[in-house]
Design a protein around this ligand. Structure first.
Ligand code: PLP
Length: 408
């Protein structure tokens, strides 16, 4: 008899965003005249940079003529984009990444979700708590769900690393008494907490991974929001080439959430039991993926031009200003507010010890603002709330004004 992959039945329900949508729908029905401000979903709102739009138009024209038409491209991406990533992005950071260590894809969600394909189904995994849900759900799909320790002391499949106000939302290294997790997902600047990791802290994780033979899966989707002297890439850390894979995205760098473009870096020397992970991922991608489109890769190339950089940095600055508006406005109310300085996310302790969902309803009902309950990102998110900086400046200011009026 045909059987489904029963791991899907064990998935934590995709409750968060559907529940939010349901409550917002109800609010809109009951308050059709009120103007809801959405500071919940992590999608950008500003249009593409003019340089990117021009590049897209040119790429469409290329596709319109037989001489310049591009069909299937190289699965790992066109050289013109990979060399820009290598020279411009990593070059600027003083990091040497070769073109063949870069795999262009359709975004960091796919790659962080698919990377588990090249590891054994019984690999043990550690994720931060709270966490971007894709890491947890995709491991659950692969049968790595569960949060218990096995009799032999191995971390059973998936375990959480608590990120709390006490540790500044940066996980502590696991105790040396316990077997090290084989795969460790880290994401900085972090979604949802907006926290960052210093070079020293990241260095400790790299040392830990090398000592224990673990692999760090480093999600740098928000590196463009860093304003302080912090690592933009794990490969700035000595030894990371032997223990890390990095995921990057054009989504929040250049507003490509609808265009879709990202890349994954796997150093050539990264091996498990003598097998190159770069080769395995290359095999996986060339089998299951036919490359990001020519159009989107030309658009991505334009992000690295002098003009393109100027334009995308202006948009990032716009969102960063929103983050500061929320951060300073809510701090003035005496609330405990985190993130924002190096991230488009503002993470706050709910006032008066309200539960995350209780605060969601309170803000929606009394201020007409939709955010995201922290508990939706993991158990340690309970009692916290996420707001995003991706709205318009006007709405963001109005949201802070509404909250201030409500509280005072
Ligand atoms: N990684 C993190 C931590 C994210 O928050 C997101 C999007 O919200 C992604 C990856 C997905 O990025 P992309 O749009 O490139 O798929």
């Amino acid at each position: 008899m045909i059987k489904i992959n029963e791991n899907y039945l064990k998935l934590p329900g995709s409750y968060l965003f559907s529940e939010i949508a349901g409550r917002i729908r109800k609010y809109n029905e009951n308050n059709p005249e009120l103007d809801l401000i959405r500071l919940g979903i992590g999608d950008v709102t500003r249009p593409l940079a003019p340089s990117v739009v021009e590049a897209l138009h040119r790429a469409v024209d290329d596709e319109a003529a037989a001489e310049s038409f591009h069909g299937y491209g190289p699965e790992a991406g066109y050289e013109f984009l990979r060399s820009k990533i290598s020279e411009e992005h990593y070059g600027r950071l003083g990091v040497k990444i070769a073109v063949d260590e870069i795999f262009v894809g359709d975004g960091a969600k796919s790659d962080t979700g698919n990377i588990g394909d090249i590891f054994a189904a019984d690999s043990t995994v550690a994720v931060c708590d709270p966490v971007y849900p894709v890491y947890v759900d995709t491991n659950a799909m692969a049968g790595r769900a569960g949060n218990y320790r096995q009799a032999d002391g191995r971390w059973s499949r998936l375990t959480y690393l608590p990120c709390t106000a006490e540790n500044n939302f940066v996980p502590e290294l696991p105790s040396t008494d316990e077997a090290a997790p084989e795969l460790i997902y880290l994401c900085f600047p972090n979604n949802p907490t907006g926290s960052v990791i210093t070079r020293e802290q990241l260095g400790l994780w790299v040392d830990y991974a090398r000592k224990n033979g673990s692999i760090i899966l480093y999600d740098a989707a928000y590196e463009a929001y860093i304003t302080e002297d912090l690592p933009h890439s794990i490969f700035e850390i000595e030894g990371a080439r032997e223990c890390a894979i990095e995921f990057c995205s054009f989504s929040k760098l250049a507003g490509f959430t609808g265009i879709r473009l990202g890349y994954t870096v796997i150093p050539r020397e990264l091996k498990v039991d003598g097998t190159s992970l770069n080769s395995l991922w290359s095999r996986r991608q060339s089998t299951k993926f036919n490359g990001a489109s020519y159009l989107t890769q030309r658009a991505g190339e334009a992000v690295f031009s002098v003009q393109g950089q100027k334009e995308v940095r202006e948009t990032i600055a716009y969102y960063q200003a929103n983050a500061r508006t929320i951060y300073s406005g809510l701090s003035k109310l005496g609330w405990q507010v985190y993130g924002a300085v190096n991230a488009p996310y503002i993470w706050l302790k709910t006032p008066d010890n309200m539960g995350s969902w209780e605060f969601f309803d309170y803000l929606l009902e009394h201020a007409g603002i939709a955010g995201t309950p922290g508990s939706g990102f993991g158990p340690c998110g309970e009692g916290y709330f996420r707001l995003t900086a991706f709205g318009t400046a006007e709405k963001t200011e109005e949201a802070v004004a509404r909250i201030t009026t409500l509280v005072r």
